[in-house]
Design a protein around this ligand. Structure first.
Ligand code: ADP
Ligand code: ADP
Length: 234
């Protein structure tokens, strides 16, 4: 069977109290598989971001549990959660979040250097080559296209060798050519490097690159479409 990378059980998230309470997630059970590219889709306000934030340990559940890479997150305090994220989780954002005064290479390496992790040179070369940015590493973000900037941000997430990469609308700021380029590279990092990528998107064209699609509606899982040729859920 397949290995579960992230699992939510009875996951409930409520913002506020009483009559003004917003039920962002209602009793969600979900298992996302290792080595797969999963898209989380759904209308605006359906709970996609909340689900991603809970799975990524950025936001605490109101009820239920979240397990990532075999660890239950609800038992961790803020310090432990920060360490857990640093070690196990990578993030890619819509806005790239690159530092403008640093080159692509420095942007990729800085987070690891700050956390005292030694980067394996071969691994760095492999990841940047796979993302097609080897000849862009000495450039500042302002000298790169949007698609290239996002591939630098993906490299930054991948060099740390996380168990799961969460991508929040990674193509939201890109034209369709750059989107296709970024999605193709995300897909390749899953297929060629065995990465696990979970992407929140409202674009059907983006979800078409994924193996599996989770549809969220009104705080619930409306459908979990597993690519048929793959192993079934354990
Ligand atoms: P999506 O990502 O699908 O657009 P969200 O997860 O952002 O949906 O939001 C789900 C629901 O929770 C929405 O009704 C939204 O207004 C509400 N919500 C999200 N974040 C907060 C917050 N910090 N405080 C209060 N309500 C929130
Ligand atoms: P390459 O440039 O190496 O031919 P692409 O970057 O176009 O490949 O695509 C990378 C991966 O994404 C491939 O596995 C391909 O099958 C898949 N892919 C490409 N276009 C689409 C699409 N429109 N919908 C779904 N998957 C796609």
């Amino acid at each position: 069977g397949s290995v579960v990378a992230a699992r939510a059980t009875g996951l409930t998230k409520t913002y506020g109290h009483g009559e003004s309470a917003v039920h962002a997630l209602r009793d969600v059970d979900l298992a996302l598989l290792e080595g797969r590219f999963t898209a989380i889709m759904g209308p605006s306000g359906s709970g996609k971001s909340t689900l991603m934030h809970c799975l990524a340990g950025l936001d605490a559940a109101t009820a239920g549990t979240v397990e990532v890479a075999g660890r239950e997150l609800s038992g961790l305090d803020d310090t432990a959660l920060t360490l857990f994220r640093r070690e196990h989780i990578g993030f890619v954002f819509q806005a790239f979040n690159l530092l403008p005064m640093l080159t692509a290479r420095q942007n990729i390496l800085l987070p690891l250097e700050l956390s005292g992790v030694k980067v394996d040179r071969d691994h760095f070369d492999e990841v940047t080559a796979m993302l097609g940015i080897t000849d862009r590493l000495g450039h500042l973000p302002s000298e790169l296209s949007g698609g290239q900037q996002q591939r630098v941000a993906i490299a930054r997430a991948l060099v740390a060798q996380p168990d799961v990469v969460f991508a929040d609308e990674p193509t939201g700021n890109l034209d369709s050519d750059s989107s296709a380029e970024v999605l193709g590279h995300l897909r390749r990092s899953v297929k060629e490097r065995g990465m696990t990528v979970v992407m929140v998107t409202h674009e059907l064209e983006a979800a078409a690159y994924a193996d599996d699609v989770v549809v969220i509606r009104d705080g619930r899982v409306d459908a979990h479409l597993i690519e048929p040729s793959q192993d079934q859920l354990v």
